[in-house]
Write a protein that binds this ligand. Structure first.
Ligand code: ZN
Length: 79
């Protein structure tokens, strides 16, 4: 059986489906008997889902704000 350290080390690959059949089996076997690692995997999966669900990167918003500011300066800047 894998140690928790080994399990945690391959958690990312496990979620990505990057493990070999044998490694996947070992990981599942470990998760079956280890509530701590089950919780860890669950949190990791949740975190990844949250990251994926996030809107456009903030930099896009900054661009839009900059454009809007530039536009407003054109409108109100003339006197
Ligand atoms: Zn464990």
């Amino acid at each position: 059986m894998l140690t928790c350290k080994e399990q945690v080390a391959r958690s990312s690959d496990f979620l990505d489906g990057q493990l070999s059949v044998r490694e996947r089996f070992q990981a599942r076997h470990h998760l079956l008997f280890c509530p701590n690692c089950r919780r860890f995997i669950k949190q990791m999966r949740l975190m990844r889902a949250t990251l994926r669900a996030m809107p456009e990167p903030p930099i896009a918003d900054l661009d839009e704000i900059a454009l809007r500011l530039a536009h407003e300066q054109q409108v109100f800047g003339k006197d």
